[in-house]
Design a protein around this ligand. Structure first.
Ligand SMILES: [Ca+2]
Length: 219
C-alpha cells in the first residue's frame, strides 16, 4: 500500500494488516521525509492466510501509525483456495510452450490449479471461442462461488461458469464485460460438485494476442 504524509517532519512508523482469525501479518516499518513537503512511500506487506482459506473475498484492515498519527483503510483480498489432491484440469486446447525472457513457459490446463498466479493456461489459437476449461476433483467440494485469476496480458471478458451435478452441467454464473485480472464469481447458493467448467466466449484483444488466459480457477 501507499502511505502519504503531509507533516513537515521525518515520520517513522509502521503499517499493520489485520484480518479474520487465522490471518496474520508482521508490522512493516516505513520512513517518510516530509521536510520538503508532502511525501509518499510504497510499503509492501505480506499477509498469510490459513491453509483452509478459500471462498468469498475477505476484508482486511490496513493501519499506518507514526508519531501519534493513525490512518486506516480496508482492502478486500480474494483467498485463492486449494483443490483436493488428485484434482485435474482439461481444456478445449492449449498453446505450445515457448521461451519468454529466457525462461520456458508452458500453457497447460494444469497451470490453472497449481496455486501459482504466475503460471496460466492459455488456449492454442487467438480469438477462437468457446475456450473451455474444466476442473475435476476426486471428491465433492462445496463451492459458494469460484475465484478466477487471469493474467495482465489479457483477461477473459465474457464467460460462463457451470458445475457438474452427476449427469449435466448446471449454469451457476454468467459474466460479461469483465476487465479485472482477479475476480470472485459468487454462485446464487453454495453447490457441492466434483467438477467446474469455465466457458469463455470473448477475451481481451491485448497486445500479446486475443487468447484466453486463466492463472487460477480455485475454490
Ligand atoms: Ca497458476
Amino acid at each position: 500500500m501507499t502511505v502519504t504524509g503531509q507533516a513537515p517532519q521525518i515520520l517513522r512508523g509502521q503499517v499493520t494488516v489485520t484480518g479474520p482469525a487465522g490471518w496474520s501479518s508482521a508490522p512493516v516499518p516505513f520512513t517518510l521525509d516530509g521536510t520538503r513537503g508532502r511525501a509518499s512511500t510504497v510499503v509492501p506487506a505480506q499477509v498469510t492466510m490459513p491453509a483452509s482459506a478459500g471462498g468469498a473475498p475477505v476484508p482486511l484492515t490496513v493501519t499506518a501509525t507514526a508519531a501519534g498519527l493513525t490512518a486506516q483503510t480496508t482492502v478486500s483480498m480474494i483467498p485463492f483456495g486449494s483443490w483436493p489432491a488428485g484434482t485435474t484440469a482439461t481444456a478445449s486446447s492449449y498453446h505450445a510452450s515457448n521461451t519468454v525472457n529466457g525462461q520456458v513457459r508452458t500453457y497447460v490446463p494444469a497451470n490453472a490449479i497449481d496455486g501459482n498466479l504466475a503460471t496460466f493456461w492459455n488456449d492454442a489459437n487467438p480469438a477462437t471461442y468457446p475456450a473451455v476449461l474444466a476442473i475435476t476433483s476426486p471428491s465433492a467440494v462445496t463451492l459458494p462461488g469460484i475465484a478466477l485469476a487471469s493474467f495482465p496480458d489479457g483477461v477473459p471478458v465474457d464467460f460462463a461458469v457451470a458445475t457438474w451435478n452427476g449427469s449435466a452441467w448446471v449454469p451457476q454464473a454468467q459474466v460479461t464485460g469483465r476487465d479485472s485480472v482477479d475476480r470472485w464469481i459468487p454462485f446464487a447458493a453454495p453447490v457441492s460438485t466434483t467438477s467446474v467448467q469455465l466457458t469463455v466466449t470473448l477475451a481481451q484483444n491485448a497486445y500479446s494476442g486475443e487468447f484466453t488466459r486463466v492463472a487460477e480457477l480455485d475454490p
